[in-house]
Ligand binder design. Structure first.
Ligand code: AMP
Length: 437
């Protein structure tokens, strides 16, 4: 079934297509129409099932349909257990809502950081708030927001909300919400506390159950972001701020790049260190110890660090430079999502490297949707590797040259095929990877 059959507006479909989604996942197929029609939902779904879009898209759609007359009021409240999840869901809402004619104001709020910027962000109101329960109550106590007009409440990863001891906060929040509202509950498991909460909260819910991922598969979400090479450090800084990762392992291709990127981050006030094979053993141990002790937020490393490194609670890995081989890709992303924890592995892909990334995907039988982040959209386009009319083989043309050629109607020959490219890389024999979903 295509996304357009789910009754989503053309602007939302455009944003989904831009993210590279081809068809809705099972939880999306079932939840989107239910949420759109105003029903309550009880969904058993895990991270990786596409559950965020399953509630975010219809919430944005309903918001768009309800014409606002008075001042902005909080229409949808999404409660989540962790700051990483809050940041991730907030970013998803922004991405999905980017083409809507009337931009939804989305505010993300979580503890462990100063409350002031969040209070400032709430000035003038918000349409959607994604928050951890404790910080949400702090904001209510500071009169930074009111919950009296919330039309849709989402409890995401409800089992973890209870595991992390948020039951009392949830009770207080529920008491502040209007009686008449839509409730959506998403949880990977339904232990007694979640079951009881579902029974109390939900009115005649649509029940959704999607097959659980194999228990042995750690929940690593792979993402690929298109960005020009020159803007990678800026994008990395943006992601550090947006995603609120406590720790990130950033992979680069050379020893020089580890120092260079770490240095640029340090100059921007981020605690960053470098790790590569030419450091003394003492310096390596120290860098790792500082990273594990959270004295360093970012560790910029060559592939040397990918093997054998076990850092529990490493929420994110970033491929600033793509790995040379498909095997290294697996080693790198395997640094996150350890010990059953969730993790995200982000690859920066540029015009020059997209064919190489496609090969990595092919090797692992997966297709990772390409994303673009607002403000970091790439300007460079793919350069054909075959000789083109004029220009030097493999050399990127200036923007001016490209515009001139476009105006003159120059048609480039097709880029090299994956097989041609594959021959130019060093590949290891790979066991077949797990297919994505
Ligand atoms: P979630 O389960 O919401 O954390 O989503 C897991 C990952 O799947 C995210 O990287 C989403 O961008 C991606 N995703 C969500 N829906 C789809 C879809 N219909 N097709 C492909 N990827 C998707």
């Amino acid at each position: 079934m295509p996304f357009s059959a789910l009754g989503l507006s053309p602007q939302l479909v455009r944003a989904i297509v831009a993210r590279g989604y081809v068809a809705p996942t099972p939880v999306q197929t079932e939840a989107i129409p239910a949420v759109r029609s105003g029903r309550d939902v009880r969904a058993m779904a895990q991270t990786g099932s596409g559950k965020t879009a399953a509630f975010a898209l219809p919430i944005l759609q309903r918001l768009q349909e309800s014409k606002r007359t008075g001042p902005r009021q909080l229409g949808a409240l999404i409660l989540v257990p962790t700051r990483e999840l809050a940041a991730q869901i907030g970013e998803s809402f922004r991405q999905y809502g980017r083409y809507l004619p009337e931009h939804a104001r989305i505010v993300t709020a979580f503890g462990g950081v100063s409350i002031n910027p969040q209070m400032l962000a709430l000035r003038g109101g918000a349409d959607i708030v994604v928050a951890t329960p404790g910080r949400l109550l702090d904001l209510v106590d500071h009169n930074a927001l009111r919950l009296g007009a919330v039309a849709t409440l989402v409890l995401d990863e409800a089992d973890r909300l209870f595991d992390l001891g948020f039951a009392a906060e949830l009770g207080r929040i529920l008491a502040l919400l209007p009686e008449r509202r839509q409730n959506l509950l998403f949880s990977a498991t339904f232990p007694a506390a979640v079951q009881a909460c579902a029974e109390q909260l939900l009115r005649d819910p649509v029940r959704i159950e999607v097959a659980a991922a194999a228990a042995s598969t750690p929940a690593i979400v792979e993402r690929a972001i298109e960005v020009d090479p020159m803007r990678r450090t800026q994008l990395l800084r943006h992601l550090l701020q947006e995603q609120a990762w406590t720790r990130v392992l950033v992979f680069v291709a050379t020893k020089y790049a580890t120092e260079h990127v770490a240095d640029k981050l340090r100059r921007a006030g981020i605690a960053a260190g470098a790790l590569h094979g030419e450091l003394s053993q003492g310096a390596r141990t120290l860098a790792l110890a500082d990273f594990k002790a959270a004295k360093l937020q970012v560790l910029v490393a060559t592939d040397l660090a990918a093997r054998g490194l076990d850092i529990v609670q490493l929420p994110a890995v970033v491929n600033y430079d793509l790995p040379r081989s498909a095997v290294d890709y697996l080693h790198r992303i395997g640094r996150t999502g350890r010990a059953g924890e969730g993790g995200v592995a982000i690859s920066f892909v540029s015009a020059d490297t997209h064919a190489h990334f496609e090969l990595i995907e092919k090797r692992h039988h997966r297709r990772i949707p390409r994303e673009q982040i607002a403000g970091f959209e790439p300007e460079e386009t793919t350069v054909p590797l075959a000789p083109s009319t004029g220009g030097v083989k493999g050399k990127r043309k200036s923007k001016k040259d490209r515009l001139r050629e476009a105006a003159a109607g120059v048609v480039h020959p097709r880029p090299a095929t994956p097989t041609q490219l594959e021959n130019s890389f060093r590949w290891h024999r790979m066991p077949p990877g797990r297919p994505r979903r």
